[in-house]
Design a protein around this ligand. Structure first.
Ligand SMILES: C[S@@+](CC[C@H](N)C(=O)[O-])C[C@H]1O[C@@H](n2cnc3c(N)ncnc32)[C@H](O)[C@@H]1O
Length: 482
């Protein structure tokens, strides 16, 4: 089977320009501007012949100190996780109220149980960073524990009262959350914590991906989304990358035309479509990437003799998804973005980078607070909260989980003796990546994190890192190499 993508043949030279690595000067300028725009001090991005880009400190950091907070460039909440957590579709902060979070989760679980009449852990994602085999086991067990054997249903009407704010839980006001702002396109899929997040998402990608009634693309988009939810929700993230690039392209192009008209000169005629597209693509050009079907790790249950056919299947799946996306949002001026080569590289970028999105649930904090109360307040509160805990079961609180592209975190190289870690503190309530010094770091040192469990023996660490497509050459590995 040969998978031909006609756009790939037609736009070969544009695609090669998009995929050629940015020059050192472009890299330096891009990160200098990014760090200045974020008023992020104390760190720089440098390139090295062995490891590519890396983040360095230009002042000393103490153990436990915050090194940086990195807002994502694009991100998605996993499809299955949407059942458990209602979060802002732009910044991924929990929204509504503690009552709404709990009521909605119980309601969705009940719906799911009724619909599937049994266990269906779904296959929304086979992406290696999203759900490894142990997670899948947990999910299955959660589903088993989701049966009426371990969860005690609430009396009729309680779930509705939680969802429509008629039932107010004791002390829940101490855990107030931002209000729920629906998508302006009324798709019923995206919700926000504020109008500014709604507008920012609309401008960055949602205006092209919204499935609201008034969207001309609705049917085609729904088909694309259904396919992604049934196969791999990483395609939704790739669609966001393409949409955001398209929208940036249109904005840059209109600025360029305005300039031409204003100055009435030909000096801007050099701004042809390709140079504008390259500019719009710049943030993505910075990410380390390879084709998805070349870099995805062979799953444990696939024999190495089936390697080639596995990779062909992955490529065919990507083509299927791309064709659905193309039907929905194709733009002739940005045709190269709709080639399989570009689509494969975007997904490969997520495969190769360490890009989990996690936001802790306020529901956990709420129940811990109740548990810490003293007599008689605790006993009073628990008369109401205990039945709710019994209905939620052991996994009473689930974090928001997804995948994202963090422009600075994705520059962090791995070390098996890292000096920093991605770690959310109590105050980190949104989807930004947070990097903390794990020990003191001296001015000039490279910041490194561990992509895997650094306490594993040498060979196991190398095997885990093979999933990220490289053999580790950190000082600890060089020393331990047999
Ligand atoms: C998330 S990226 C880190 C940023 C990357 N250096 C860049 O230029 O964009 C991960 C890639 O960096 C390289 N890398 C990171 N840590 C490494 C290490 N300890 N040994 C060898 N290569 C490493 C590998 O090519 C890996 O696939």
């Amino acid at each position: 089977m040969d998978l031909i993508c006609p756009i790939g043949l037609r736009c070969a030279s544009e695609i090669s320009s998009l995929l050629s690595p940015p020059s050192p000067l472009q890299v330096q300028d891009y990160y200098h501007n990014l760090l200045s725009a974020r008023a992020c001090t104390g760190i720089t991005v440098k390139q090295d012949a062995n490891f590519g880009k890396g983040l360095y400190v230009d002042r000393d950091f103490k153990e436990g100190e915050l090194i940086l907070k990195d807002p994502m460039f694009v991100g998605i909440q996993h499809s299955l996780n949407k059942i458990d957590c209602l979060v802002c579709s732009f910044c991924f902060r929990f929204i509504g109220s503690i009552e709404l979070q709990i009521g909605r989760r119980l309601y969705m679980q009940q719906l799911r149980a009724n619909e599937s009449d049994g266990c269906d852990v779904g296959n929304s994602s086979k992406h290696s960073h999203e759900m490894d085999s142990s997670d899948e086991e947990e999910s299955t067990q959660e589903c088993i524990s989701g049966s009426s054997k371990t969860k005690v249903p609430l009396p009729d009407g309680v779930v509705e009262s939680l969802m429509n704010s008629q039932l107010v839980l004791p002390y829940s006001k101490k855990f107030s959350l931002p209000p729920v702002v629906p998508c302006p396109g009324r798709c019923g899929e995206a919700y926000y914590c504020s109008m500014s997040c709604a507008e920012a998402d609309w401008e960055s990608s949602h205006s092209l991906l919204c499935t609201g009634e008034s969207s001309a693309r609705r049917e085609a988009l729904l088909k694309f989304i259904k396919h992604a939810n049934e196969t791999n929700d990483i395609f939704l993230l790739a669609a966001k990358v393409i949409s955001s690039t398209l929208l940036r392209y249109r904005k840059l192009k209109s600025v360029s035309i305005e300039e031409q008209v204003k100055h009435d000169t030909s000096s801007f005629l050099n701004h042809n479509n390709l140079s504008i597209l390259l500019e719009a693509w710049r943030p993505i050009s910075m990410g380390h990437k390879r084709r998805w079907w070349d870099c995805i790790a062979l799953p444990d249950d696939v024999d190495s003799s089936d390697d080639a056919s596995f990779r062909l299947q992955i490529k065919a799946l990507a083509l299927e998804s791309l064709q659905l996306l193309k039907t929905a949002i194709f733009d002739k001026e940005c045709e190269p973005l709709f080639s399989l080569e570009i689509y494969g590289h975007i997904i490969g970028m997520f495969e190769l980078n360490n890009l989990d999105l996690v936001v802790a649930s306020p529901v956990e904090d709420y129940f811990l607070y109740i548990d810490d109360l003293t007599y008689p307040n605790k006993e009073e509160a628990e008369k109401i909260t205990q039945p709710i805990l019994d209905a939620l079961g052991e996994e009473y609180s689930i974090h928001c989980e997804g995948t994202a592209f963090f422009p600075l975190q994705s520059c962090l190289n791995h070390s098996c003796y890292p000096n920093a870690k991605a770690f959310k503190r109590d105050e980190d309530k949104d989807g930004q990546a947070t990097i903390i010094a794990q020990r003191s770091i001296c001015k000039g040192e490279e910041i490194t994190i561990s992509y895997v469990d650094e306490d594993l023996p040498f060979e196991e660490r190398q095997a885990s890192l093979a999933d990220y497509g490289f053999r580790c050459r950190c000082p600890k590995c060089i020393e331990e190499e047999p």
